[in-house]
Each structure stands twice: as structure tokens, then as C-alpha cells.
Design a protein around this ligand. Structure first.
Ligand code: MSP
Length: 488
């Protein structure tokens, strides 16, 4: 059986999940569900990144031990993903014993290959934030978190020979133009890689909340080095059956700011250990909220669970995917969400289902006849868009079909028809709804299920997205969406 392995970044447990985290996870969920519909054996991984000074500090501020703190926030992530109907197969935590073991094993291997050496770490430290900052992370020479001055620090550390892999990586990017998506991001990475590449310090002496460094127990492993390994430790690397079955990953879904870690550092680590590289790094754009970057100090961090409770998980999923092209940045606003619920989910889809099913329930004749709107559905275009991970493009294409079915109903006016002609129009409309219910399953799982219940059909697979004679038992149920009243 063909396999499909998709991952999200593992999220820092410094704070609760917001719509930015939800966005990445929803895209990964859509890809997982789509590939299940294609009949593939899917493994969908998400989880939490739980080590490092920032987390130790957040725990202290909350008056908890690091372990108590990370347990609590990891649970919030799991609860949030459940509330959004995220169908992950495994939730990995970097404090899992199996993960910690795999990290030590990996380090020993690349040490044996002479890709790790001892040196002196010279970097920056933000005293009030108690965090180490690399040259790369500095923002105009200041702390990227709080904007304050940073201090230079010097301590013993171990380095990973990243620079050794520069030419290999440039060759790989040249040969496989699909390695990083979109192409503009590939270009950025290649340009940066052509510059001066330094080796990476992968241990810290003064950080205690981390995985002990196997070769020198006075040191702990740098969080990024630890975190990236989750993608293989979750499969039981080196010997786990899942590793043999699912590696290399088909897609690492990431936000644009961590593309470098996934497209350069991670592949270099894998090359050093002689492990195959993932197939694609897909790097999406960012969300602002009402025009501003989300931040605790501005107080505009959008709570996903609250939104999902207020409007439904499907409405939120729909908005985030429909609102902006996946590669670009976009802006979130609650009024935008409401207008897509009223103007699209309800006006285009909900009403279409309600009026078609009402007519079908009353009709006593035979539902059958010519396939008049089969050509409105461009399945090969939808498949192509999924192949390049353009979930926004795919949803737009599906929605064009939804609207074309509405137009068909308006044009044919089935409420004025009867007999065989009505049977034929209903066959077209019901078949269209059955197919739409399959196509929407990755995006709107609850709506998809409700449509199938009302149509009296089973979910089916992508192969079943073609017009035949309708074979369901219609029973109209609850409206798919209710109008949201907008206060002036
Ligand atoms: N722990 C690292 C990732 C390690 S992966 C081996 C990390 N965690 S994070 O909690 O900061 O999550 C970052 C990810 O969350 C981004 O890459 C992106 O996927 C998502 N987003 C966080 N804020 C976002 C927006 N405002 N908009 C869109 N997505 C963003 O980095």
C-alpha cells in the first residue's frame, strides 16, 4: 500500500495554541484526510517542543516545575486539536523517553562519523529574558523577543559540522526544484546558503532543562537539534517498523520563519547520519490579526477553541483555508469569519443542501437521468492542486463547483418541474452533493458527515467523485449552517 507521512512543526509549550498554530495543523490535517481518501496508508504526526530556557522560564513564572508546566500546556494542545477535529495519528513530546533515547543515539552516530567537534560558543544572551540568542536571531543587534540589549557570552560547546554539507545541499536543491515549496522560498534559501555558512553549536553548558548531551554530561542538547529529530524518533528510529514503513516523510508542513531549520539544518543532519531526506518542505505564509502581529502584550492572541465553540470547527477551518493563498500572509478578523459563514457556507452550501433535500424528500418518482453538470467538476485540476499542496486553490476549485450547482438549480427551477424531468434534475443535484460531501471531507469533516447522513450515503473515496445514478436514502436533517446575526 502506498504510504503518506505528513508532519507539523512541534509547537513550543511556552504559550497556548493560537490561530497561527491551528493554521499549520489544519493544512496538515487536510493533506492527511485527502490522502486517506486516495486510499493511502497515512501517518500524521504533530506534537510539542518542550525543552530550553524559554520554557524553563515560563514554568518559573507560572510557579510550576518545568515538568508540571509542560504536561499542562501539552494537554492544552491535544485538547485544541480535538476541538478542531485534527486527525493526528501520533502526538510526540520531546520529553518522551523514546525521543530522548533517539536523540542520544543520533548524536553518537554522527560523532562517530566525525561530524561533531568541541569548540567555544560565542553568542548573545538576554539577561531579563534568560535566553540565548544566536547571531541569526538578533533583531538589529537586540533581543528579538523584548527588544532590549544583549550580552556577549562565551562557553565550551560542541558543534555540528553544518558547513561541510553546503555543497551537497546546493546540489540537491538544484536537482530537485520541488524540495522546498513555494519556488520563491527555495530561491531565498539557496541565496542564503551560497553565503557564509557557519557550523552549528548544538550544546549549551548553562541550560539545564534539556536532553543531557551523551558525550559530555555537563552539557545539554540545543533545543532545535533535539526538536528536529522528532520526525524520526516518532517513528521509532533507528529500528522501528514505522520508520521503515513511513520514512522519508512526504511533507514537513512549516511556517515560513522556520524554513531554514527544515530545509537546511535538518537535511544536513540527515546527510551526516546517512538517513534519506524528506521529500518536500512546504512553507506557508503568516497570519496577522486585525493588521497586527499576534502578541501577548498587544492582547490580540486569538483563542482557537473559543472561536470553534462560538462558530464551529468547520467554520474556522473553512475561513483559514479560503481566506488567503497558502504561500502568502493574510489577516484574520472575526468579522471576516462571520461574513464567510453567512455569505458562503450558508448562502452557497447550506441553502443548496436544504432546498435540494426538501424537493427530493417530497418527490415520489424515480431519481435518474442524464448527467448534465458532470463537466462543471474539474477533478484533475483539484488533484493537481493537491499534488502541489495548494489547499487554498483546491478549496476554491471545489467552491466553484458548489456555485455552479446552485446556478443549475436556479436555472432549471426544479420547484416548477415534475415527472421524469424533475427526477433528472434531482439526480444531478443529489449526485453533485454526494461528490461535494467527499471533496469537502478533508476541509470540513463535520459538514461532510452531516451531508452524507442527510443524503443517506457513505463517505466513499476520491474514485467515487463521478456522476452515476444517485443511490442514497434522503432524510433532511439539521441545517448545515445558521445565519450569524451581525450587530451594527
Ligand atoms: N518549536 C519550533 C518548531 C520546531 S519543529 C522541529 C517552533 N514552535 S512554535 O510554537 O513557535 O510554532 C511555530 C509554527 O507555528 C510556525 O512555523 C507556524 O507553522 C505556526 N505559526 C505560529 N504563528 C503563526 C502565525 N502568526 N501565522 C501562521 N503560522 C504561524 O517554531
Amino acid at each position: 500500500m502506498e504510504t503518506f507521512y505528513v508532519t507539523t512543526p512541534i509547537y513550543y509549550v511556552t504559550a497556548k495554541p493560537h490561530i497561527g498554530h491551528a493554521y499549520t495543523t489544519i493544512i496538515a490535517d487536510i493533506l492527511a484526510r485527502w490522502n486517506r481518501l486516495l486510499g493511502k496508508d497515512v501517518f500524521f504526526l504533530t506534537g510539542t517542543d518542550e525543552h530550553g530556557t524559554k520554557i524553563e522560564k515560563a514554568a518559573k513564572e507560572a510557579g510550576k516545575t518545568p515538568k508540571e508546566f509542560v504536561d499542562e500546556v501539552a494537554n492544552t494542545y491535544i485538547e485544541t486539536w480535538k476541538a478542531l477535529n485534527i486527525s493526528f495519528d501520533k502526538f510526540i513530546r520531546t520529553t518522551d523517553k523514546e525521543h530522548e533515547k533517539a536523540v542520544s543515539e543520533f548524536i553518537t552516530r554522527i560523532w562517530d562519523n566525525k561530524d561533531i567537534y568541541k569548540g567555544i560558543y560565542e553568542g548573545w544572551y538576554c539577561v531579563p529574558d534568560e535566553t540565548f540568542i544566536t547571531e541569526m536571531e538578533l533583531n538589529d543587534g537586540k533581543c528579538p523577543e523584548c527588544g532590549r540589549d544583549v550580552q556577549k557570552v562565551k562557553e565550551d560547546a560542541y558543534f555540528f559540522a553544518l558547513s561541510r554539507y553546503k555543497d551537497d545541499l546546493l546540489r540537491i536543491f538544484e536537482e530537485d526544484q520541488d524540495f522546498i515549496k513555494p519556488p520563491s522560498r527555495l530561491k531565498e534559501i539557496v541565496n542564503r546558503l551560497k553565503g557564509d555558512i557557519k557550523d552549528l553549536d548544538i550544546t549549551r553548558k548553562s541550560v539545564t532543562w534539556g536532553i543531557p548531551f551523551e558525550l559530555d554530561k555537563e552539557q545539554t542538547v540545543y533545543v532545535w537539534f533535539d526538536a528536529l529529530l522528532n520526525y524520526i524518533s516518532a517513528l521509532g528510529w533507528p529500528n522501528g517498523g514505522k520508520f521503515i514503513e513511513f520514512w522519508p516523510a512526504d511533507v514537513h508542513m512549516v511556517g515560513k520563519e522556520i524554513t531554514w531549520f527544515h530545509a537546511v539544518i535538518w537535511p544536513a543532519m540527515l546527510l551526516a547520519a546517512g538517513i534519506d531526506l524528506p521529500k518536500t518542505i512546504v512553507s506557508h505564509g503568516w497570519w496577522t490579526v486585525e493588521g497586527k502581529k499576534m502578541s501577548k502584550s498587544i492582547g490580540n492572541v486569538v483563542d482557537t477553541v473559543e472561536l470553534a465553540r462560538k462558530y464551529s470547527a468547520d467554520a474556522l477551518r473553512y475561513f483559514l483555508i479560503k481566506e488567503k493563498p497558502i504561500w502568502e500572509d493574510g489577516d484574520f478578523s472575526e468579522s471576516g469569519l462571520v461574513s464567510r459563514i453567512n455569505g458562503e457556507l450558508l448562502a452557497d452550501l447550506g441553502n443548496l443542501v436544504a432546498r435540494t433535500l426538501t424537493l427530493a424528500e417530497k418527490f415520489k418518482g424515480k431519481i435518474e437521468g442524464e448527467e448534465e453538470i458532470a463537466d462543471n467538476l474539474d477533478m484533475s485540476r483539484i488533484k493537481e492542486l493537491f499534488e502541489v499542496y495548494d489547499v487554498n486553490g483546491a478549496l476554491n476549485e471545489i467552491w466553484t463547483f458548489v456555485r455552479s450547482v446552485n446556478k443549475y438549480i436556479n436555472d432549471t427551477e426544479p420547484w416548477r418541474l415534475g415527472g421524469a424531468r424533475l427526477g433528472a434534475v434531482l439526480n444531478n443535484a443529489l449526485e453533485a452533493l454526494r461528490i461535494i460531501s467527499i471533496l469537502l471531507y478533508p476541509f470540513l469533516p463535520e459538514t461532510s458527515e452531516s451531508m452524507q447522513n442527510q443524503l443517506g450515503v457513505k463517505l466513499g473515496s476520491i474514485n467515487e467523485c463521478k456522476f452515476v445514478t444517485f443511490d442514497g436514502k434522503v432524510k433532511r436533517g439539521k441545517n448545515l449552517f445558521e445565519k450569524i446575526e451581525v450587530k451594527q
